[in-house]
Design a protein around this ligand. Structure first.
Ligand code: FAD
Length: 648
C-alpha cells in the first residue's frame, strides 16, 4: 500500500499533435480515473484529459467512501483491480462496517476520508500507470463521423477537440465522464452562476451541443447540493454525541491486510440534531432560495435540509459532524446540504446547539446539470447510436463516487476492448452490484439521481462484500483483461484454500452425540438429523470456525486465516443454493440477445402498441433486459422468447 513515486506521465498539448490514442477519457473525477486506469490495464494507449490536474480524484461533497450498497460497489471495483478501494484504505481516518446488526450480505463497509490523502493516492497511481498519459485541458467538442448511409443515425467517434478550438486529438474510443459539469449551473440564494463545482467552470456548451444536436441523444436535468464547511474550532463538540470508529478497521481492498491509519489514530465523528429554529429559518428564507424552488429532481436519499424539513415538518433531523482530514481545520456537517444565501446559512447552523458560535468556512451551494438518458447505452456503457463513445458516472444520471467509479471501470475496460478490436463484455445482475447498477440504468433509465441500495440486488445473499474477489477477479483477468496477474494468482490461492476448507468441513461427518462430546458448550438439538457435517454445524449461531478448528486441528487449523469467510459461506449456503435455479434462468435469458436493428413495430408476434413503443425506445440488448422493463407484460416476454428461439 502507498503512494508510488514513479516518473509521472504528464503530457503537454503541443506534444500530442498527430498522435492517435486508443482511448481518450474526458474528466478526472471518480468515473474518469477508474476508466482511464482500467483502459490502460486492458492494454490501450490511453489519454486522460481533465480540466485541472490538481483536482483529479477530488471528493466534491462528503469526504467518505462506501456505506450500505455503496461499500459493495467499492469491493467489486477493487476485485476488478480498480483504484478506489486501495485509495480508501490509504486515506481512511474512521472505518466502520454499517448495518452490522444485520447479516453480512448487507453489511456496508464505509470510511471517512482525508480529502488530501485520497486525491494524492489517486493522482500518484494515475501518473505512474503504464500506457496512461494525463493532459490538463478542457474538451470542447467530440469528433464524430457523419452517419453511415447504410445505418442511418449511426456515427463513429474519432476523437476530441480541446477548448479554444485549436487542437484535435484522435482516438478509436472516447469515454465521457463529465460529472456535474455538463451545462452546470451553481446556486446560492438568489445567485446563479455557470459552474460544475465551486471553483470550477462548467463543460463547454460545445460538448452538450454535440451530444444533443449532432448525435441526437436525449438529455435531462438533475440537481444536487452540498453543505457549508464549518470551522472546527468554532464548534462545541462536547454538546454532540461522540461516535467512535470500529476498533479494528477493515480494509476495503482484497490486497490489503491493514489500513494506512492505525486503529488508535482514527478520528471520531459526532452526532447532533436539528432544532425547531432550523425549520423556522428554512421557511422564512424560502423566497430567497432559487435552487429549492425549481422542479429539477434532486437526490431523494441525500436530500437538502430544506427538502427534509419541508417533507417532514416538526421533526428533528440527524446531523453528523465529520472530520475532513487529519490536519484539516474543517468539519463536514452531513445532513445540512443547503442553498440559501450565506448569511442565512450562518443563522441556520447557529440554531443547532454545538454550533451556536460556529463559523462557516465555505457556504453550501447547489448544482444543476445535464445528464444523458442512460437507456441510450448498451450494457457495455457504449452509446448505442455512436460507435466507440462510452459514458460513465454522474453524466448517466447517478449520484455518488462509488456509482461513478463502478461505471467508470466498466466503461474504460470496454472502451479499451473496443479500440483494440476485442468484443465488449457485460456483467450480469446475478454476479455483481455493478451488473445491477448498469442493468437498472440501461434498462429502466432514471427520473431522479440514482444511488445504489442493497434492496436493488435481488441476489444480495450471493453478492456479498466478502466474496467480491471470488465473483469478479477471475472474470476480470480471464475475460476482461483489467486485473493484474499478481491479484489473479492471489485470488486463485484464496479460492482454492476456501474450497479445500469447505471440503474438509463437509468431510467431518459425525452423529449429533459425537458432536456434543466434541463441542459440549454448543446446544445441538436432538431433533436435528442424527448425522451432521462440520459445514452444517458452522451454520449454528454460536459455532465459530475457530471452535471447529480447535476440535479438529489436523484437518482445519491450516485454514484459520479464512475463519470469518468460512463462517459467512456456511451461513449463506442454504440461501445461495435456493437462488441457484433463479440465477440460472436469468443467465439463460441474458444469453439470448435481441438484435439492435429489430423493427419492433412490424415484428410478427402478438405485442401491444405500448409494448412495441417501449421496446423500440429502449432497445434492450437481451431477453433478460426486456423482462425487466417497466410496462413489459409476462405475455409479451413469452412472445418475445418464442421469436428469439425461432430466429436463433
Ligand atoms: P465528477 O467527480 O464531478 O468529475 C467530473 C470531472 O470531469 C471533473 O474532474 C471535471 O473537471 C472534469 N470535466 C468536466 N468537463 C470536462 C471537459 N469538458 N473537459 C475536461 N474535463 C472535464 N454525491 C452523493 O452521493 N451525495 C451527495 O450529496 C452529493 N452532493 C454533491 C454536491 C455537489 C455540489 C457536487 C458537485 C457533487 C455532489 N455529489 C454527491 C456527487 C459526487 O460528487 C458525484 O456523484 C461524483 O463525483 C461523480 O463522479 P464523476 O466522475 O461522474 O464526476
Amino acid at each position: 500500500m502507498g503512494c508510488s513515486s514513479t516518473k509521472p506521465h504528464l503530457a503537454h498539448v503541443g506534444h500530442l499533435a498527430g498522435h492517435q490514442y486508443d482511448v481518450i477519457v474526458v474528466g478526472g473525477g471518480h468515473a474518469g480515473t477508474e476508466a482511464a486506469a482500467a483502459a490502460a490495464r486492458v492494454g490501450a494507449e490511453t489519454l486522460l484529459i481533465t480540466q485541472k490536474i490538481h483536482t483529479i480524484g477530488a471528493l466534491s461533497c462528503n469526504p467518505s467512501l462506501g456505506g450500505v450498497g455503496k461499500g459493495q460497489l467499492v469491493k467489486e471495483v477493487d476485485a476488478l483491480d480498480g483504484l478506489c478501494g486501495r485509495a480508501g484504505d490509504w486515506a481512511g481516518i474512521h472505518f466502520s462496517i454499517l448495518n452490522r446488526r444485520k447479516g453480512p450480505a448487507v453489511w456496508g463497509p464505509r470510511a471517512q476520508l482525508d480529502r488530501q490523502r485520497y486525491r494524492d493516492f489517486i493522482q500518484s497511481e494515475l501518473l505512474s500507470t503504464p500506457r496512461l498519459t494525463v493532459l490538463e485541458g478542457s474538451v470542447e467538442e467530440l469528433l464524430v463521423t457523419e452517419p453511415n448511409p447504410e445505418e442511418p443515425g449511426h456515427h463513429r467517434v474519432t476523437g476530441i477537440r480541446l477548448a479554444n478550438g485549436s487542437h484535435a486529438i484522435s482516438a478509436r474510443s472516447v469515454v465521457l465522464t463529465t460529472g456535474t459539469f455538463l451545462s452546470g449551473s451553481l446556486f446560492v440564494g438568489q445567485t446563479t452562476s455557470p459552474g460544475g463545482r465551486i471553483g470550477d467552470a462548467p463543460s463547454s456548451p460545445g460538448l452538450s451541443h454535440t451530444l444533443r444536436e449532432r448525435l441526437g441523444l436525449r438529455t435531462g436535468r438533475l440537481r444536487t447540493g452540498t453543505p457549508p464547511r464549518i470551522v472546527k474550532d468554532s464548534v462545541d463538540l462536547s454538546l454532540a454525541k461522540l461516535h467512535l470508529p470500529d476498533s479494528h478497521p477493515t480494509p476495503f481492498s482484497f490486497l490489503n491486510t491493514h489500513t494506512h491509519c492505525k486503529p488508535e489514530e482514527q478520528l471520531p465523528c459526532y452526532l447532533t440534531f436539528t432544532t425547531p429554529g432550523v425549520e423556522r429559518v428554512v421557511r422564512e428564507s424560502l423566497q430567497l432560495n432559487c435552487h429549492i424552488q425549481q422542479d429539477t429532481k434532486g437526490p431523494r436519499y441525500c436530500p437538502s435540509i430544506e427538502s427534509r424539513v419541508l417533507r417532514f415538518p416538526g421533526r428533528s433531523h440527524q446531523v453528523w459532524l465529520e472530520p475532513e482530514g487529519v490536519t484539516s481545520d474543517l468539519l463536514y456537517p452531513q445532513g445540512l446540504s443547503m442553498t440559501m444565501p450565506p448569511d442565512i446559512q450562518l443563522r441556520l447552523i447557529r440554531e443547532i446547539p454545538p454550533m451556536r458560535r460556529a463559523e462557516i468556512h465555505t457556504p453550501g451551494y447547489g448544482v444543476q446539470y445535464d445528464f444523458v438518458c442512460p437507456t441510450q447505452l448498451s450494457p457495455a456503457l457504449q452509446v448505442k447510436s455512436t460507435q466507440g463513445l462510452f459514458l460513465a458516472g454522474q453524466i448517466n444520471g447517478t449520484t455518488g463516487y462509488e456509482e461513478a467509479a463502478a461505471q467508470g471501470l466498466w466503461a474504460g475496460a470496454n472502451a479499451a476492448r473496443w479500440a483494440l478490436s476485442m468484443p465488449t463484455v457485460t456483467l450480469s445482475r446475478t454476479e455483481s452490484y455493478i451488473g445491477v447498477l448498469i442493468d437498472d440504468l440501461v434498462s429502466r433509465g432514471v427520473t431522479e439521481p440514482y444511488r445504489m441500495f442493497t434492496s436493488r440486488a435481488e441476489f444480495r445473499t450471493s453478492l456479498r462484500p466478502d466474496n467480491a474477489d471470488l465473483r469478479l477477479t477471475p472474470k476480470g483477468f480471464e475475460e476482461v483483461g483489467c486485473v493484474s496477474s499478481v491479484r489473479y494468482q492471489e485470488s486463485l490461492r484464496v479460492r482454492n484454500s476456501l474450497q479445500d476448507a469447505l471440503t474438509a468441513l463437509q468431510a467431518l461427518f459425525l452423529s449429533t452425540s459425537s458432536w456434543k462430546k466434541k463441542l459440549p458448550s454448543v446446544p445441538i438439538s436432538e431433533t436435528k438429523s442424527t448425522l451432521l457435517t462440520g459445514l452444517d454445524l458452522l451454520q449454528y449461531n454460536d459455532v465459530t470456525f475457530e471452535m471447529l478448528a480447535s476440535a479438529f486441528p489436523e484437518s482445519l487449523s491450516s485454514y484459520m486465516e479464512f475463519a470469518q469467510r468460512l463462517k459467512i459461506e456456511a451461513v449463506y449456503k442454504p440461501h445461495c443454493d435456493l437462488n441457484k435455479k433463479e440465477i440460472e434462468r436469468i443467465q439463460r435469458e441474458e444469453n439470448m440477445s435481441l438484435p439492435q436493428d429489430i423493427d419492433y413495430f412490424s415484428l410478427p408476434v402478438s405485442l401491444s402498441d405500448e409494448v412495441r413503443e417501449i421496446l423500440d425506445r429502449v432497445r434492450p440488448s437481451t431477453l433478460g433486459a426486456a423482462t425487466r422493463l417497466e410496462g413489459i407484460t409476462p405475455a409479451a416476454v413469452v412472445n418475445l422468447l418464442n421469436y428469439v428461439r425461432v430466429t436463433e
